[in-house]
Design a protein around this ligand. Sequence first.
Ligand code: UD1
Length: 345
Amino acid sequence: MKKKILITGGTGYIGSHTTVELIEAGFEAIIIDNLYNSDADVINNIFKITGVRPHLEVLDLCDKENLKRFIGQNKDISAVIHFAAFKAVGESVIKPLDYYRNNLLSLINLLEVMKHFAISNLVFSSSCTVYGQPEKLPVTEDTPLQPATSPYGNTKQIGETIIKDTTISDINVKAISLRYFNPIGAHPSALIGELPRGIPENLVPYLTQTGYGLRDELKVFGNDYNTPDGSCIRDYLHVVDLAKAHVVAIERLTAGRNKANYEVFNLGTGRGVSVFEAIKSFEHVSGKKLKYKVVGRRAGDIEKIWADPSFANKELGWKTLSSLDEAMKTAWDWEKFIRQKKQQL
Ligand code: UD1
């Protein structure tokens, strides 16, 4: 019997890649998504990749009654991976209450309904944003957290606390928070990838859209940081590598191999890459010269951050396999795929 895994936000960027990896690892995947920031067509593309069409329940996790009804029909769920959340940093500053209500209410509803049906395993989609600008690099899981720099970041910190407190209060609940560094790229099939609505906030979609001619030029937010080339440094990891970490985390929880009821892992490559290096990588894999202009710093940006992934390497037996160029190449292939698809419509 295949273990049934519920993926909230399973039609989103990281959720869809994780669904593919779970199916390929032999799990049954079922998805809850309100399609607020994604497209139901993703299910067709997951089918094209895996030959399996996961069930999609279009449902808002803030609607507790419906959530209870659906999970009540799927009491044999072995574990939940919770991706569903608002994730735009800038928007969260403008609409903090929307972010707190959506991201926290959905988590609380999920935990309450899981408790009601005695579903005890949870993997939570967290972020390196919880570290703020750390004093020491690279960042380990013991690096002290800094006050969040946005309501979005705060929902990740509070979300982790809510989950941790739940595992303390109820020894039947086991959870893993995965702190992602910067996921980029797309599935090698170019059938699923990141689909930002409107103007992208994140570097790589902006880069590929500029390369495709959809945007005039990339704005590099600052070249006066205390870094070797003056631009900000991040740890960019391939989304497929990231997705595979979720499979390993699920296997750990469902096999009872976890060493504590609440565990946290950093997921990154361990390598810091500057904005200018990311541009060079794009130019290398696309063969295109990218138009860019250096502008002022973006408010709230962190100067430099990269992971120490050794705890995940050792404990989960997980590490990133793709290089920056490989990940960038898949991002570029995906950009071309969606633009061609849009032209055909
Ligand atoms: C942000 C969030 C992170 C979140 C992620 C995905 C913070 C501090 N970081 O990451 O939690 O998970 O978004 O939504 O809250 N850049 C440019 N020009 C652009 C876009 C970006 O130069 O047009 C630069 C930025 O200054 C930054 C780097 O590229 O140095 C990466 O930016 P971005 O992709 O937005 O990710 P983060 O800010 O690291």
